[in-house]
Ligand binder design. Structure first.
Ligand SMILES: [Zn+2]
Length: 165
């Protein structure tokens, strides 16, 4: 039996497990891809009670108000550029968000069992991806495959060096 920290919305996770079990029971599938395992809205979420409880439990910290620039950085910029990485509390917040996604992938893998599990992402390198909790390294222990979908939508997709900064 695999145990999980219920750090995301437990109702949502319960729904996803029930859906997967139904899918596996009713459809003869060879493999599963769970796509887009990250927070689309990034740092604009999540301040729900479950995330607040986890931040308190794991780091003894509170999610500060949005006007705390020492935590949130310059929020006049687009969301991908928010955050004060010099602040350990902010780095802890980034960590719990990516761990939450990884725990979700772990839950999916425990439900899928031996059926191969894959995810993919549209990009993997830029540090701004921390803001949307896209961290394939954290998810990788629970995946059989992942596709590095570094294609982008134009010729810049083959310009690798800036992708790693
Ligand atoms: Zn939350």
């Amino acid at each position: 039996m695999v145990s999980f920290k219920r750090d995301n919305n437990p109702g949502f996770l319960d729904m996803h497990v029930k859906y997967l079990k139904r899918l596996l029971n009713e459809v003869p599938i060879d493999a599963i891809e769970v796509d887009d395992m990250y927070d689309y809205v990034g740092l604009a979420s999540c301040g729900c009670k479950y995330c607040r409880e986890r931040f308190k439990r794991d780091y003894n910290r509170e999610i500060p108000s949005f006007d705390d620039n020492f935590f949130w950085g310059d929020t006049s910029k687009p969301m991908l550029y928010w955050g004060n990485y010099d602040n350990p509390a902010f780095r802890n917040f980034i960590r719990i968000k990516s761990e939450s996604v990884a725990n979700h992938v772990k839950l999916v893998k425990s439900t899928a069992g031996k059926i191969p599990l894959q995810t993919c992402s549209s990009s993997t390198g830029p540090i701004v991806l921390n803001t949307i909790s896209l961290n394939l390294e954290r998810m990788s222990p629970y995946l059989d495959f992942f596709m590095l979908e570094n294609v982008g939508q134009n010729g810049n997709g083959v310009n690798w060096v800036p992708k790693d900064q």
